[in-house]
Design a protein around this ligand. Structure first.
Ligand code: PLP
Ligand code: LYS
Length: 433
């Protein structure tokens, strides 16, 4: 979200979902994570309408690692989306939220026996198999329980997306999936086809996250058709679903130029249509797994300004009451963000500063250089586009409690995750002496 697109009232207060963000900061305290739910729904609908126009069968499976709480799964359920989970914890949260089990995909490069059993017992929609041990474990579980389940194979297609190396996943040297270059995909296919309790419904690949170019997705679509054609010829098996993962980039600063969902989808689908036609394959169902693009722009982290350090001839540090514990991304990926002063939206820009967190790490700088009006202790800073991989990657570093989360929509606010307390921090600790 570009700061010029933000709404403010006559008092110069930032308005989120029809609610005064400064009042939210006072009511719930800071740091506070706020989601504009209408923004989430709008993005979901734009994915839906782009996919509707392709006339293909499709599913949008929200990647819940981007932000997974009971309330979020309830919104997804209301919007009739699928979701993907990557751990027993995400699966538990989705089920606890009443999210339909048959719309859940389970990912992960090292799912435990317990996690696989949990997925089988709850009859989830599909397990996305990632490695040979998992095929063996799942086979044992299905035999023991005398039941069956849908599976897909996650393939490593050998495609490098242009993004931060920590969030690339499709290149050959990746911990995820069956390597296509060395024919692990064919070995996995043969193993799965020989297990009557596993119903292989499709193939999956995910090339990375925060991707701006369509080339990687077009390359992936081509590769999937190539793989499917190969499998048909050698094994007489044709996957009915192509799941192309997520990774659609968003704009954190004006350096980022995201391509609309419609452009990605148009390119992916037209490639699949052309290539399957020339390979003599039926049109598959297309699944995508957007995470960041659905929740990223809808999220805002609110902080209160505290101390300040001015150094001659250098940028000043404006220190806030949160930091890397509620948003690790700047420290981990050198991710860039923008911020505004939520109670001074109409004030003139006065200076450029570092916005620093309160954690005991020199690297805990939320924004390296931000133009702001002159700030004072007590001002509320709103960091924009923090909705993906912010709260979901939060930690208790320095024994700071994790923030509360509030949903806003149509002028109403609702606390959806309570702020952690100091008691929560010691709840699992045991005495030693
Ligand atoms: C398998 C898989 N699907 C979907 C996603 C979601 O990606 P993004 O949040 O970039 O859309 C990820 C994360 O990179 C992933 O690993
Ligand atoms: N956590 C990453 C993206 C997730 C990658 C998941 N495969 C980020 O914050 O950008």
């Amino acid at each position: 979200m570009i700061s010029s697109e933000l709404n403010s009232d006559n008092n110069g207060h930032l308005i989120l979902g029809g609610v005064d963000s400064v009042e939210l900061a006072h009511k719930y305290g800071t740091p506070l994570v706020v989601y504009d739910v209408e923004e989430i729904r709008k993005t979901i609908n734009s994915f839906k309408s782009s996919l509707d126009s392709t006339c293909l069968k499709y599913e949008i499976s929200y990647a819940s690692k981007a932000f997974a709480t009971v309330a979020m799964y309830q919104v997804l359920k209301q919007e009739k989306l699928h979701t993907d989970v990557v751990s027993g914890g995400e699966l538990y949260t989705a089920l606890k939220a009443g999210f339909p089990a048959n719309k859940i995909s389970f990912h992960g490069n090292n799912k435990s026996r317990e996690e696989l059993e949990m997925a089988v017992d709850n009859k989830i929609g599909v397990i996305i198999l990632d490695n040979f041990l998992e095929i063996k474990l799942l086979k044992e579980i299905l035999e023991e329980k005398d039941t069956s389940i849908n599976v897909m194979l996650r393939l490593t297609p050998g495609i490098s997306a242009h993004t931060h190396e920590y969030i690339q996943t499709g290149q050959v040297d990746s911990k995820f999936g069956f390597d296509v270059q060395s024919d692990q995909d064919k070995e996995a296919l043969q193993q799965v086809l020989a297990i009557p309790q596993m119903k292989l419904i499709g193939i999956h690949a995910h090339i990375g996250s925060q991707i701006f170019g369509v080339d990687g997705f077009v390359g992936l679509a081509n590769k999937m058709v190539e793989i499917a054609a190969d499998w048909k010829k050698e094994f007489d098996y044709t996957p009915q679903i192509f799941n192309l993962g997520g990774g659609f980039g968003i704009s954190y600063t004006d350096e980022d130029e995201p391509i609309g969902a419609n452009v990605f989808i148009d390119k992916i689908v037209s490639t699949i249509k052309e290539q399957t036609k020339s390979a003599g394959l039926p049109l598959p169902e297309v699944w995508i797994e957007p995470g960041r693009s659905i929740v990223g722009p809808a999220g805002f982290n609110l902080y209160t300004v505290g101390s300040r350090k001015d150094i001659p001839d250098m940028l000043s540090y404006v220190n806030v009451d949160g930091g890397m514990g509620d948003n690790i991304r700047p420290a981990l990926y050198q991710a860039k963000y923008e911020a505004v002063v939520a109670n001074k939206m109409n004030a003139d820009i006065d200076e450029e500063v570092h916005i620093a967190g309160k954690y005991c790490e020199s690297g805990d700088i939320l924004i390296d250089k931000q133009a702001l009006p002159k700030t004072e202790p007590g001002d509320v800073i709103a960091m924009l586009d923090t909705g993906a991989y912010g709260y979901s990657m939060a930690s208790n570093y320095n024994r700071n409690p994790r923030p509360a989360v509030v949903f806003v929509e149509n002028g109403k606010d609702k606390l959806v995750v309570k702020r952690e307390t100091f008691e929560d921090l010691t709840r699992l600790d045991e005495d030693y002496i």
